[in-house]
Design a protein around this ligand. Structure first.
Ligand SMILES: Nc1ncnc2c1ncn2[C@@H]1O[C@H](COP(=O)(O)OP(=O)(O)OP(=O)(O)O)[C@@H](O)[C@H]1O
Length: 241
């Protein structure tokens, strides 16, 4: 199996709180890997560690065998780590311009950048909104802008942080296939989502975190029948996990 990202013994403490504790896993090239866990489990902290917004206390993160831990976020981005954020805050400029901003760093000429931006907007199905201002769009559409902006950095690995949160059921049904579409374009995906049904429908494997630790990893069927996972979601102590 070809591993794109390998995380080993990754640890981050905030004072006395172990937000991420000795976490180890790999992301296989080309897969859709879900990341779930109750509130405060450490999921976003893990994304911040992988993308370089936080420094780890211990452990390693390698992308295609190259250590990322000491590299600043912009270097990780150039190496192929892209991400979206839970809170979507597009710039106060058109949808197309929002995608052009990150793209400029990755393409030589304005013409090339503009062409690529249009291709990305097509892929996430908002090319018809290219000249609109994000403030006038729905949350579902703004979430697509966020994905488009992340794709503009040419990621090999895309970290998606709750791209379905806050959407109504029909918007979820519309936006969910986007994740598979992006993967099918050659991008490996690690994504955080609280919507369990959607997550299980689209993930090939799922990681489960609780209280900073990785408590399960497997296919959707394996993790949903795992007693440690059930216990974590019920908020009970499970000393054997
Ligand atoms: N910068 C910080 N300083 C101190 N504590 C923090 C910081 N960031 C996160 N935490 C704490 O670390 C723990 C993990 O938080 P994190 O946001 O990673 O969880 P999460 O699984 O993403 O939760 P949610 O699903 O609610 O977004 C929480 O207890 C949180 O309060």
């Amino acid at each position: 199996m070809d591993n794109l990202l390998v995380v080993k013994d990754l640890t981050k403490n905030f004072g006395g709180l172990a937000a991420v504790s000795e976490v180890s896993f790999e992301v296989r090239r080309g897969e859709i890997l879900g990341l779930i866990g109750p509130n405060g489990a450490g999921k976003t902290t893990l994304f911040n560690l992988i993308s370089g917004l936080l420094a780890s206390d211990r452990g390693s993160i390698t992308l295609e065998g190259e250590e990322l831990s000491k590299k600043p976020p912009y270097k990780r981005s150039a190496m192929g780590v892209g991400r979206t954020f839970q809170v979507v805050r597009p710039f106060d400029m058109t949808v197309l311009e929002n995608v052009m901003v990150p793209i400029f760093a990755h393409y030589k000429t304005a013409k090339e950048a503009r062409q690529k931006a249009h291709e990305i907007l097509e892929m996430v199905k908002i090319s018809h909104l290219a000249e609109k201002m994000p403030a006038n769009l729905t949350l579902a559409q703004r979430k697509r802008i966020e994905v488009a902006r992340a794709l503009a950095t040419k990621p090999k690995l895309l970290l998606l942080d709750e791209v379905l949160a806050g959407l109504n059921p029909s918007e979820v049904a519309e936006n969910l296939p986007l994740i598979r579409q992006v993967r099918d374009s050659g991008v490996t995906i690690l994504f955080i989502e609280h919507l369990m049904d959607a997550m299980m429908a689209i993930s090939e494997r799922v990681l489960v975190m609780d209280q900073g630790a990785l408590i399960a990893c497997g296919t959707p069927d394996e993790v949903t029948s795992d007693q440690c996972v059930i216990t974590a979601y019920l908020g009970e102590e499970a000393p054997e996990c």
